[in-house]
Design a protein around this ligand. Structure first.
Ligand SMILES: Nc1nc2c(ncn2[C@@H]2O[C@H](COP(=O)(O)OP(=O)(O)OP(=O)(O)O)[C@@H](O)[C@H]2O)c(=O)[nH]1
Ligand SMILES: [Mg+2]
Length: 293
C-alpha cells in the first residue's frame, strides 16, 4: 500500500454521563483502557485509545460526560470535552436509546463538527422505539450517519466502524503501530483503583475521591511495589473508606490488585493509604497535583 493511501484521525466519543462512552472505547479497542461503572461521571480524563489496522490509524478520545459544572474538578472535566471536540476529525455522539428527551446540551457542545450519532444501549429497547428518536435527532443536527449499537453486547460495532473509517482524512500514522495509548502505566493503575472506589462506595464518597500513585517501583526480582493514595475531602469519608478494622480498604485493595495484575501482566504488591485534602475538588493546586489541570 502507498503511504499516500493511509488514513488517520482523531475520533472523540461525546455524550452525557453514563451513556456508555468508555464501554464503547473498550469494545472498539478490544481491551479495557477506560474504567466503566454503573455510576454517572466515572470518566474524568481524556483517555486515548489508538487503533491501528489495515491502512488506518484511529485515535479515539474517551471523554467525561457532559454536565453542568459544580466544582473546579467539573470545570476541568468539561474543558477536556471541549478540547476533544476541537481536536476531533470526527465525533461519535452517543445517546441512550431509552432517553425520551434529546440531549440538547450535548448537541450544543459538538458545535458543527462532523458527527455520527450512536444510539447506544439498543439492547434495552425494542427496535421500533428507535424511529422517533432518529426522527428527533435528524431534525436537530445534520448527522453523517445514525447507527444503533450496543457497546456492552458489542452489537453493530462493525457498522459503526465502517461509518468512521470511510470518513477518516488521509494522513500518516501519528503513533507507532504497536502503541495502544499514550498514558503511562501509573495512570491506568490509579484509574483501576478509582474504579473500585466507585463500585464499592455510595453517594458522595466516589465523587469526593481521587487516586494518586505515590511510589511505583519495578523490581527485577519479586513483585513490583505500588503505593497509592486515595484522597478524600473529609475525615468522615476517610473513615468510610477504611471501614471497620480496615475491611473496606482491604476489599478495594484486593479487587484493584487483581485488575492491575491483569492489566500489567505481572504480579504487584499494592499498598493503599487514605488521605484527607479538604475541598480538593475546588483547590487549584490540589487539582494540579492530582493530574487534573
Ligand atoms: N445494557 C447496556 N448497558 C450498557 C451499554 N453500554 C454501557 N452500558 C452500561 O452503562 C453504564 C455506564 O457505562 P460507561 O461506559 O461507564 O458510560 P460513560 O458514558 O463512559 O459514563 P461517564 O464516564 O460517567 O460519562 C455501565 O454500567 C455499562 O455497563 C449497552 O450498550 N447496553
Ligand atoms: Mg466514561
Amino acid at each position: 500500500m502507498h503511504p499516500e493511501d493511509f488514513k488517520s484521525g482523531y475520533v472523540a466519543l461525546i455524550g452525557k454521563p453514563n451513556v456508555g462512552k468508555s464501554t464503547l472505547l473498550n469494545a472498539l479497542m478490544g481491551q479495557k483502557l477506560s474504567i466503566v461503572t454503573p455510576k454517572a461521571q466515572t470518566t474524568r480524563h481524556r483517555v486515548l485509545g489508538i487503533l491501528t489496522e489495515a491502512g488506518t490509524q484511529i485515535i479515539f478520545l474517551d471523554t467525561p460526560g457532559i454536565m453542568h459544572p459544580n466544582t473546579r474538578l467539573d470545570q476541568s472535566m468539561m474543558r477536556k470535552v471541549r478540547e476533544s471536540v476541537a481536536d476531533a476529525d470526527l465525533i461519535i455522539f452517543l445517546v441512550d436509546a431509552r432517553a425520551e428527551d434529546p440531549d440538547l446540551q450535548g448537541l450544543k457542545a459538538i458545535l458543527d463538527r462532523p458527527a455520527i450519532l450512536a444510539l447506544n444501549k439498543a439492547d434495552l429497547v425494542q427496535q421500533h422505539t428507535l424511529l422517533p428518536l432518529v426522527h428527533t435527532y435528524t431534525n436537530l443536527h445534520s448527522f453523517e450517519a445514525i447507527v444503533p449499537i450496543s457497546a456492552l453486547k458489542e452489537t453493530n460495532l462493525d457498522a459503526l466502524m465502517g461509518e468512521v473509517v470511510c470518513r477518516l482524512p488521509p494522513g500518516p500514522a501519528l503513533y507507532p503501530a504497536e502503541m495502544i495509548s499514550e498514558h503511562p502505566e501509573r495512570f491506568f493503575v490509579s484509574e483501576i483503583i478509582r474504579e473500585k472506589v466507585f463500585e464499592q462506595f455510595r453517594q458522595e464518597v466516589p465523587y469526593s475521591s481521587t487516586v494518586t500513585i505515590a511510589n511505583f517501583v519495578e523490581r527485577s526480582t519479586g513483585k513490583d511495589l505500588i503505593e497509592a493514595e486515595i484522597i478524600v475531602e473529609r475525615p468522615s469519608q476517610k473513615g468510610i473508606l477504611i471501614g471497620a478494622g480496615g475491611a473496606a480498604l482491604k476489599a478495594v485493595g484486593i479487587r484493584a490488585r487483581q485488575d492491575i495484575e491483569q492489566f500489567l501482566g505481572r504480579k504487584v504488591y499494592l499498598k493503599l493509604f487514605v488521605r484527607v485534602r479538604r475541598d480538593w475538588r475546588n483547590q487549584g493546586r490540589w487539582l494540579q497535583s492530582f493530574g487534573y489541570r
